[in-house]
Design a binder for this molecule. Structure first.
Ligand code: HEM
Length: 381
């Protein structure tokens, strides 16, 4: 997509277009315009305010901070925030290292490794399940449910997405009841205690938050690990630089987030009134989407934006968004990414693809950027 983004950015960094799903709206590809849009309070998230009705049919997916505006947003984010501060996350370092080591040990036993299924996928999901307090053995179920919510279909012929959503809601309901009977020291127990202490979180909002965290734990960090690995593989001199200077790992992860971020487009925003924005007339109710990966290659912000270079600290990228919806899980994602890539390179220094690079299959949809599988081996041919 990058040459196309670059063409758009030069011509019209705020561009009226029709998205692949048929909706008309504005696509933003310039860095300055992207920051401005993500911070513009007149671009709102909750479109039911504009069109009446509600998003109730999809409420497990939408009744959460990501699809709310102030003041609801502050309340919903505030409750979860305590569990994701950099200090709390730093406290999880050892446990994340342990999980990573275990997955790498299992990989050592295998001849044919798929880096997504065997490593990049299980790591973040085990971590988020432990934070929430749901059994990570059920992670394959979460994967199916989360994929169908993100891709908007069940992925199976004859099975509707609503069937998956029903199964998911039933699963969470049972889990919440069990937690009510027997609270522990996990996030769900704390949220339920908060819910019972007053009107801070409704039942629907509890489902909404847990769903958001499970999806965020699935669909993003997987691709941070996958894309970082692929970027290093495609740029062997950078991989070698990192091998000789392991302290460059922070920069390697940041550069990967900038160069090939796991989230292609921001979530949708809607203009709450007619406004002038970056020289364009945007009308009330129109859709606005930021192409984060396009903004992250804006030459006005980044020198040589199309070069993957871990050797220098760069300007801040927008892979985690910015403004009030800036990613809550960024400290966790960064830590997981760092541990995963450092340990992977240490334990498997000679991994190479088992298929030609051109055969890697990118996942469909406009939101996530990542490949379906990364078949690798340590063996020489
Ligand atoms: C929001 C990216 C991992 C939780 C966001 C947004 C982006 C993003 C771009 C803002 C979307 C927008 O404004 O439209 C990423 C990336 C990740 C990652 C690239 C991994 C590399 C995680 C993880 C969690 C998480 C691991 C939690 C476990 C959230 C939440 C929000 C959010 C709760 C909503 C914040 C709000 O609305 O106030 N993320 N994310 N993310 N992310 Fe992440």
């Amino acid at each position: 997509p990058y040459p196309y983004y670059s063409q758009l950015r030069v011509g019209e960094p705020v561009y009226k277009t029709r998205f692949p799903d048929g909706q008309q709206g504005w696509l933003i590809t310039g860095y300055t315009e992207a920051v401005e849009a993500l911070k513009e309070p007149r671009f709102i998230k909750d479109f039911s305010k504009l069109y009446g009705g509600s998003m109730d049919g999809m409420s497990v997916f939408t009744q959460n901070m990501l699809f709310s505006d102030p003041p609801d947003h502050r309340r919903l984010r505030g409750l979860a925030q305590k569990a994701f501060t950099p200090r709390v996350i730093e406290g999880m370092k050892e446990r994340i290292e342990e999980i990573t080591d275990q997955l790498l040990n299992d990989m050592k036993q295998k001849e044919e490794i798929n880096l997504i299924d065997d490593f990049a996928f299980p790591l973040p999901i085990i971590v988020i399940c432990e934070i929430l307090g749901v059994p990570s053995e059920d992670r394959d179920k979460f994967r199916i449910w989360s994929n169908s919510l993100i891709e908007g279909s069940s992925g199976e012929p004859g099975v509707s997405i609503y069937q998956h959503m029903n199964d998911f809601i039933r699963y969470l309901g049972e889990w919440f009841s069990e937690t009510r009977r027997e609270p522990k020291n996990d996030l769900i127990s704390k949220l339920i205690a908060a819910e019972e202490a007053g009107d801070r979180l409704t039942e629907k909002e509890l489902y909404g938050l847990v769903t958001l965290l499970i999806i965020a734990g699935h669909e993003t960090t997987v691709n941070l690990i996958g894309n970082s690995f692929l970027n290093l593989l495609k740029h062997p001199e950078q991989k070698e630089l990192l091998r000789r200077n392991p302290e460059l790992i922070d920069q390697a992860i940041e550069e990967s987030l900038r160069f090939d971020g796991p989230v292609e487009f921001s979530t949708s925003r809607w203009a709450s009134e007619n406004l002038q924005f970056a020289g364009k007339e945007i009308r009330r109710g129109e859709l606005v989407v930021v192409a984060l990966n396009a903004a992250n290659r804006d030459p006005d912000k980044f020198q040589d934006p199309n070069v993957f270079d871990i050797s220098q600290e760069k300007s801040p990228h927008l892979a985690f968004g910015t403004g009030i919806h800036h990613c809550l899980g960024a400290p966790l994602a960064r830590l997981e990414g760092k541990i995963a890539i450092s340990k992977l390179l240490e334990r498997f220094p000679n991994l190479r693809l088992r298929i030609p690079e051109s055969e890697l299959e990118w996942r469909p949809g406009m939101i996530v950027r990542g490949v379906k599988e990364i078949p690798v081996t340590e063996k020489n041919e």
